[in-house]
Design a protein around this ligand. Structure first.
Ligand code: NOJ
Length: 547
């Protein structure tokens, strides 16, 4: 640690400023919109496309290059829209297809591209295919139906467990069972069937033709299954449903579709094996994938540096840019996570009542924002991250997430990071609804004190999280050296991350208790908190410098 060890990524010559070229995604800042909780345009308590359209100027001012929308399709919302009933329709709670088209066009006029979310692993049990399958139609082959085990077929066909807990199989009456790696309302598709492949490629075309620039692929490493559907055996290779080789052919064929439109992919690929992970990023497969090792990494200089080094080293041979993600709609919000004894993220250890120091977490989250925005590649921001929102405690009788229910009430679930945003401190429900009208109660309760995080208050406060993000994202696009390109570590104490980018750009993050000297520089571009009286960088503070 601490010695200069260059870690080089592919140099393309494109920088964060070049947000308009075909390589825009290599350096972009992409803002994740969880539509249901972003802004409510019609006052029914649920966020919608009208709300997003009304807030496009806010997003443009934040300076983001693209929006990734969680699924906005027609859905019974048994898993926040990841149970899709119709890929070609927008859920009426969110708006209409025509409105989505307008939103895509309006955003583009502001220089903001649109990324949609496609869920290949499963559909809703209300999808026409599954309804036809239950009625005994040939559509049964598009899913995984199997007879049960046991004398009367009363036991699930195999030992697989749902990602949300409980068995991954549900029996239809006294008949066969169907597979669902998530909730029972999310039957898994059979990707060995050509109709499943054809349909998804048509859906991709449908949305590319409406102007979307990219597609996030949900649970991208889980769609293919061992056709035998064998029992799960720990460490057996290949895994019966994770990271199977068949997937690569599927994504190569998706890539050919995307290339016709200049579209790009970002895969949700949770894989501990980094060599396997980057196979999805070969030049004829996905353009990018979320970097969950960085997202899950504790606030620790050694672990962070290792995560950065491994990320860059693994991406370099395939020529794909890294992505940097601090949080999303599935994980504990950053200011909360960094304010806890265990600052890493792990689905398995989430618990109610974990003690949290929000002031500490917020200081670290501010430093982490500058760290991630200075690293080579693209950055994802999750709505509310720019407001420094903490994870909310949702009263148990208001929780909606199936993760909570399927864990038997031990896992708090993911609603705590999905609370409707506070826009205007003085308005009802912190301005989540349309201005000037009372507006319905938000679908998830906002905790006491939520208005203190309102965007309108923060916009006027130069010391706020929003002001920090606005300044950082703007500098990232106007100053040279950010985005895709090389990184080299600078000599620094063990608890300090210090690296140089192109054009003399330097990022320093101090994670230790001793204030750190800044490297020689001509300009301090931005710091996540005040320097001390001697111009040194205090604990849990980051700075951007020009050498
Ligand atoms: C990953 C999504 O991010 C999550 O929200 C969802 O529950 C599962 N995939 C199932 O679609």
């Amino acid at each position: 640690m601490g010695q200069p060890t260059p870690a080089r990524t592919r140099v393309t010559g494109s920088a964060a400023a070049e947000g308009t070229g075909t390589d825009w995604w290599r350096s972009a800042v992409i803002y994740q919109v969880y539509v249901r909780s972003f802004a409510d345009g019609d006052g029914d308590g649920t966020g919608d496309l009208a709300g997003v359209r009304a807030r496009l100027p806010y997003l443009a001012q934040l300076g983001v290059n693209a929006l990734w929308f969680n699924p906005w399709y027609r859905s019974p919302m048994k898993d926040g829209g990841y149970d899709v009933a119709d890929y070609r329709a927008v859920d009426p709670a969110f708006g209409t297809l025509a409105e989505a088209e307008k939103l895509i066009a309006e955003a583009r006029q502001l220089g903001i591209r649109t990324i949609i979310d496609i869920v290949p692993n499963h559909v809703s049990d209300q999808h026409t295919w599954f309804r036809a399958a239950l009625a005994g139609g040939p559509e049964r082959e598009l899913f995984h139906f199997r007879p049960g085990r046991g004398e009367h077929g009363e036991l699930p066909p195999n030992s697989w467990v749902s990602q949300f807990g409980g068995p991954a199989w549900t029996r239809v009456g006294e008949g066969e069972w169907y597979l669902h790696l998530f909730a029972p309302e999310q039957p898994d598709l059979n990707w060995a069937h050509p109709v499943v492949r054809e349909e998804h490629e048509e859906v991709l075309r449908f949305w590319f033709e409406r102007g979307v620039a990219g597609v996030r692929i949900d649970s991208a490493a889980m769609a293919a299954k061992d056709p035998v559907l064998p029992d799960f055996v720990e460490d057996r290779d290949p895994h019966p449903y994770v990271d199977r080789d068949e997937l690569h052919d599927i994504y190569r064929s998706w890539r050919r579709v995307a290339d016709e439109y200049g579209g790009v992919f970002v895969g949700e690929v949770w894989l501990p094996d980094t060599e396997r992970f980057v196979r999805y990023l070969r030049p004829d497969e996905l353009h990018t994938a979320f970097n969950f090792s960085f997202l899950s990494c504790p606030w620790d200089p050694v672990r962070l540096r290792e995560s950065i080094d491994v990320t860059l080293a693994e991406h370099a041979p395939v020529g794909a840019p890294a992505t940097w993600v601090l949080c999303n709609h599935d994980v504990t919000r950053t200011v909360t996570r960094y304010g806890r004894a265990d600052t890493g993220f792990d689905f398995a250890t989430k618990a109610f009542g974990t003690p949290t120091d929000l002031a500490l977490g917020t200081r670290r989250a501010r430093a982490a924002a500058l760290l991630s925005l200075a690293l080579p590649g693209a950055v994802y921001l999750y709505q509310g991250e720019e407001l420094g929102l903490p994870e909310a405690d949702i009263p148990r009788d208001r929780i909606q997430d199936p993760m909570y229910f399927r864990s038997g009430g031990t896992d708090p679930g993911r609603d705590g990071c999905r609370v409707p945003l506070p826009w205007a401190a003085a308005e009802p429900y912190a301005g989540f609804g349309p201005g000037g009208e009372p507006g319905g109660e938000p679908w998830l309760p906002q905790p006491a004190g939520w208005a203190a995080y309102a965007a309108d208050l923060q916009a006027d406060d130069p010391g706020s999280m929003l002001s920090l993000y606005r300044t950082a994202v703007r500098l990232r696009s106007t100053e040279p050296g950010f985005g895709d390109g090389p990184l080299s570590w600078l000599a620094a104490p063990a608890s300090v991350l210090s690296f140089a980018r192109a054009d003399g750009l330097i990022c320093v993050v101090n994670l230790g208790p001793e204030a750190a000297d800044l490297p020689a520089h001509s300009r301090l571009l931005l710091a996540s908190g005040p320097l001390d009286d001697d111009g040194r960088l205090p604990e849990d503070t980051a700075a951007w410098l020009r050498a």
